[in-house]
Design a protein around this ligand. Sequence first.
Ligand code: MG
Length: 195
Amino acid sequence: MKKILLDVDEVICFSGFLEAVNDFLGTNYEIDDFTEYYIDVAAVPENRMEEFAEFVNNRNLYKDANILPDAIETIEKLNKVYDIYICSSCVNSLDVIGSGRIFKDKYDFLVTKLPFLDPQKFIFTNTKNLFKADIQIDDRLSNLGGEIETKILFPSYHNREITDDELKKNGVIRAGNNWKKGWHEVEKILIKNKK
Ligand SMILES: [Mg+2]
């Protein structure tokens, strides 16, 4: 079976991070209002960042995570024909000491919502380029730099401006341009085109 490295945030789900930003600021931002990856840096004033870090540290961001359309169903289908490894970062660089709970909250989310995946194959790291696999699915181009045959950029609010030329240069294909249909595109690439 071919091996897939599969990202979690912005690929399987949006964590409750945006809701935390909105609750903290009293705003109604939607994810597509942003073009930068770090929505807290974009939205929260610099002099309130420390206060926000403390605010967010007390929340389980995966308790009410928003699962992307068709994610679970498609991953379940992929799991029958591919060997899936979750590969996801859990360290918030703005709160390294408090990041331990992210490992637990993300793990609990995965074993609950995707019980068909093997937890022995969960890799929690930001050093994603260290791993070899046949396929990798991630929403950040910088994570798609390893020795991977098929690199798939999952569409997201922060990667809309990456040009086709840039992707081509990096040997990356894009699963469409709309995160709401991203899993539909992944299915087309990995199941319908499978030989
Ligand atoms: Mg991600």
